[in-house]
Design a protein around this ligand. Structure first.
Ligand SMILES: Cc1cc2nc3c(=O)[nH]c(=O)nc-3n(C[C@H](O)[C@H](O)[C@H](O)COP(=O)(O)OP(=O)(O)OC[C@H]3O[C@@H](n4cnc5c(N)ncnc54)[C@H](O)[C@@H]3O)c2cc1C
Length: 460
């Protein structure tokens, strides 16, 4: 049966959700606080990019958009680590066929909004949600001129991001749990332009990392030959943004820690001064669904730090699982939303934890020889025994059906296994020797296959 559905927030997740619901035959209104990014007058700044992995692409395929996005994406097959002396070391993410995709956030959002319109979604720009009536699934929106309007609906989604107003209204209902925590690091975007011929100044098909133990910089390629770099650094303290208040201090900091990037960034000092320092927050809450008619999705339900490159991917996966729940429960929206929350809340919590842990891996461990050694052994074991050990990064990034919470659980078990293997004397001496491999094989043959509890498709 056709439902009238309001979605507050026309970002990445809201616009994909709107498209998928409209394609199921519902009447969907998408209300976005900002103006239409496709308008000629909209801000056309430098590209900011995101890593899209298999989960995101799988959800996009439901809207027939995965090939369109692949066409504007740059594959990244591994990490290129830059040490303080400027030496570069490459580490593949997985098998040769496994890669993540650097995609322009702006282009992705525009593609999704156009797809929503094509699917029949009514989009209202320039109106922010300011109030919600949970009993009636109605939402009130305010325009910059102070006028307001209220939309009644059968179902209301809050897809209005990390600082969701819909969630804000839920927070003042009884027994709503909420936590928000900032990490000490903030981030600032910087820029490596294309070279004079429009080509890439550094290796194109990788994610560049400058790990410096307690902080780091990363760089992702854009299709115009440029790279968007992000410096993650403590907000306060001896080595922090707080200290970098003059061009001399910024230059000195880059000369000390990121000297090889200076010739690549001709506008470093201007960019540093003009681009904002932004903070990074993790938001957890429950319930995600109230009265069986109002639900949170995407960052509104689970804002996470960006270090696993999964925030958007997780939000897109929310949409896919929700569609599967609707497939199973049909017109029974209350049950479908309950099942959606049952499956997705643990997944959101797990990827929030994994994202926090991956910051330490990216900024610190990737520069550690023992860690790189472990990664090589793990990759070899996975190649030999693919059903008995699946690297955590592979489960999170290159699987689109292992729930994040299952990846986390299996990953913890495999940590114990890897510690056991890495303490075998023959492995410590030379893990590539016949003796070491025989011992690894004897551990692995007695180990059962990995068993994953899948949440998909949902059960009645
Ligand atoms: C530095 C950084 C790097 C990241 N890198 C990656 C990555 O590589 N891969 C990845 O998967 N994820 C990444 N993420 C996470 C990703 O950006 C988010 O998870 C994703 O944007 C969430 O989409 P969303 O639609 O839920 O929220 P948003 O993208 O925040 O969209 C919310 C929308 O709601 C609108 N809105 C807000 N309030 C209201 C209101 N009251 N009424 C109406 N509309 C409203 C906003 O204008 C916005 O358009 C990164 C995040 C950061 C900060």
């Amino acid at each position: 049966m056709t439902k009238t559905i309001t979605i507050a927030g026309g970002g990445l997740v809201g616009s994909l959700l709107a498209t998928l619901l409209a394609r199921r035959g519902h009447r969907v209104r998408l209300v976005e606080r900002r103006s239409d990014p496709r308008a000629a007058s909209a801000y056309a700044g430098r590209s900011i990019n995101l890593a899209m992995s298999d989960r995101g692409l799988r959800a996009l395929s439901l809207a027939g958009l995965d090939d369109d996005i692949r066409a504007i994406a740059i594959p990244m097959h591994g990490r290129m680590m830059h040490d303080q002396q400027g030496n570069q070391t490459y580490q593949a993410y997985g098998k040769e066929s496994q890669f993540i995709n650097s995609v322009s956030r702006g282009e992705l959002n525009k593609t999704l909004l156009s797809a929503a319109e094509k699917a029949g979604v009514e989009i209202i720009f320039g109106a922010g949600c300011v109030n919600v009536d949970f009993e009636n699934a109605s939402a009130t929106f305010s325009r910059p001129d102070g006028t307001t309007f209220t939309l009644d609906a059968d179902v209301l989604f809050g897809a209005d991001g990390a600082f969701s107003q819909v969630r804000g209204r839920m927070q003042i209902t009884d027994r709503f749990n909420y936590s928000q925590s900032y990490i000490e690091h903030s981030y600032k975007e910087l820029h490596i332009p294309a070279d004079q011929a429009g080509g890439f100044r550094i290796e194109k098909n990788v994610l560049h990392i400058w790990p410096r133990h307690s902080f780091m910089m990363i760089g992702l390629p854009n299709i115009d030959g440029s790279f968007t770099c992000t410096l993650f650094l403590a907000h306060k303290g001896p080595v922090s943004f707080e200290q970098l208040t003059s061009p001399e201090a910024v230059r000195g900091f880059f000369e000390e820690y990121f000297a090889d990037s200076i010739p690549l960034m001709p506008s470093l000092l201007e960019d540093f001064a003009s681009n904002p320092e932004s903070s990074l927050v993790t938001v957890r809450c429950s319930p995600w669904v109230l009265q069986g008619r109002v639900a949170l999705i995407g960052d509104a339900a689970h804002a996470i730090v960006p270090f696993y490159g999964q925030g958007m991917n997780c939000g897109f996966e929310d949409c896919r699982i929700l569609m599967e729940c609707l497939e199973v429960f049909g017109d029974d929206w209350t049950s479908a939303l309950r099942e959606y929350e049952r499956l997705r809340k643990p997944a959101g919590d797990a990827i929030a934890d994994l994202a926090l842990e991956n910051f330490i891996e990216m900024r610190d461990k990737v520069a550690d020889t023992r860690f790189l050694w472990r990664k090589k052994i793990e990759a070899w074991i996975h190649a030999e025994y693919p059903a008995k050990l699946i690297p955590l990064y592979t489960m999170v990034t290159f699987s689109s059906d292992i729930p994040y919470n299952e990846a986390l659980r299996v990953g913890r078990e495999q940590d114990v296994l890897m510690e056991q293997i890495m303490s075998i004397p023959a492995v410590i001496a030379d893990w590539t020797s016949d003796a070491a491999r025989a011992e690894i094989r004897s551990v692995m043959t007695s180990r059962p296959d990995v068993i994953i509890a899948s949440g998909s498709p949902p059960q009645r």
